[in-house]
Design a protein around this ligand. Structure first.
Ligand code: CO8
Length: 257
C-alpha cells in the first residue's frame, strides 16, 4: 500500500508510521486521517505485526490539525459531518501504538500523541494545546486526555493560555513515559515496540485493554475487569508456555493461542 502523507514500513514485527507532510509541519488533514486509519487497520489485522510506532520529523511530530483546511468551515460543516470524528476509530486499534515525539506536538498533534498508548519524547519535544489562540479549542480529545494525564491545574493552564511545555516538564507531569536524545528517538521507540511485539500476543491485548479500562470505570469495576482478564489468560496455551519457560529457564515460544 502506498500513501501520500505517511510512510509505512515494517521492521520485523514493528510497524513504523512516519507522518510525512514536512511542508506543513505534519499538520493533520483529512487525507492524513484516512491514510493513518487505513494503515492502522492493516496493522491490527496483520498477525506478523505486534506493535506500532508513530513518529514525525525532528522538527515536528505534528503542529496540529490543518488550519488551512479548517479555516473556511462553518458550524454546519463541522457539526453536520462530525468533522474529525474518524479519529475515534484510531483509538479502537487493539494492538499497542507508541508515539515517538520530537519537536512540536501541538493541538491535534498533541491529541494524536495522547491517543497512542504511551509517548516517548525526544529531548527537543514540545507539547501544547494552542487552539485558544485561534479562538477555538481542542477538538480531538485534548481537553479530556490532557486533564487525565497531567491533572486539572496544568491542563487548564495549557488550554487557557496555549503555553507549550518542554519534554522535561511533560515527563514530570506524567504526559510522557520517558525522554530520549532526539537522535536516538526512532531507534529507541522501535526497540521498545519490538520488545512489546515479542510478548505473548493475547497478553499484550489484555494488558492494553485493562490499563485503558482505568479511564472508563470505577476502581472496583476496573479491578474486577482486570481480574477477569487475568483469569482468562489462564485459558491460553501461551500462559502454559510462559510459565513452563520460566521454570525451565528458557525464553517463551509463543503461538498466540
Ligand atoms: N496547519 C496548517 N499549516 C501549518 C500548521 C497547521 N496547524 N502549522 C504549521 N503550518 C505550516 C505553516 O503555515 C507554514 O506553511 P507556509 O510555509 O506555507 O507558510 C509551514 O507549516 C511552516 O510553519 P511556520 O513557518 O509557522 O514554522 P515556524 O517554525 O515559524 O513555527 C510553529 C512553528 C510554532 C509550530 C507554528 O507553525 C505554529 O504555531 N503552528 C500552528 C500551531 C497551532 O496552532 N496548532 C493548533 C491547530 S488547531 C488544532 O489542532 C485543533 C485540533 C482539533 C481539531 C478537531 C476538529 C474537530
Amino acid at each position: 500500500m502506498s500513501y501520500e502523507t505517511i510512510l509505512v514500513e515494517q521492521r520485523g514485527a514493528v510497524t513504523l508510521v512516519t507522518l510525512n507532510r514536512p511542508q506543513a509541519l505534519n499538520a493533520l488533514n483529512g487525507q492524513v486521517l484516512s491514510e493513518l486509519l487505513e494503515a492502522m487497520a492493516a496493522f491490527d489485522k496483520d498477525a506478523s505485526q505486534g506493535c506500532a510506532v508513530i513518529t514525525g520529523s525532528e522538527k515536528a511530530f505534528a503542529a496540529g490539525a490543518d488550519i488551512k483546511e479548517m479555516q473556511a468551515q462553518g458550524f454546519a460543516d463541522m457539526y453536520g459531518y462530525d468533522f474529525f470524528a474518524g479519529w475515534d476509530a484510531f483509538t479502537r486499534t487493539r494492538k499497542p501504538i507508541i508515539a515517538a515525539v520530537a519537536g512540536y506536538a501541538l493541538g491535534g498533534g498533541c491529541e494524536l500523541a495522547m491517543m497512542c498508548d504511551f509517548i516517548l519524547a525526544a529531548d527537543n519535544a514540545r507539547f501544547g494545546q494552542p487552539e485558544i489562540k485561534l479562538a477555538v479549542s481542542p477538538g480531538m480529545g485534548g481537553s479530556q486526555r490532557l486533564t487525565r494525564a497531567v491533572g486539572k491545574a496544568k491542563a487548564m493552564e495549557m488550554c487557557l493560555t496555549g503555553r507549550m511545555i518542554d519534554a522535561a516538564e511533560a515527563e514530570r507531569a506524567g504526559l510522557v513515559a520517558r525522554i530520549v536524545p532526539a537522535a536516538e528517538l526512532v531507534e529507541e521507540a522501535v526497540k521498545t515496540a519490538a520488545a512489546i511485539a515479542g510478548m505473548a500476543p493475547l497478553a499484550v491485548l489484555a494488558n492494553k485493554e485493562m490499563v485503558n479500562a482505568a479511564y472508563e470505570t470505577t476502581l472496583t469495576q476496573g479491578v474486577q475487569f482486570e481480574r477477569r482478564l487475568f483469569h482468562a489468560l489462564f485459558g491460553t496455551a501461551d500462559q502454559k508456555e510462559g510459565m513452563a519457560a520460566f521454570v525451565e529457564k528458557r525464553p517463551g515460544n509463543w503461538t498466540g493461542k
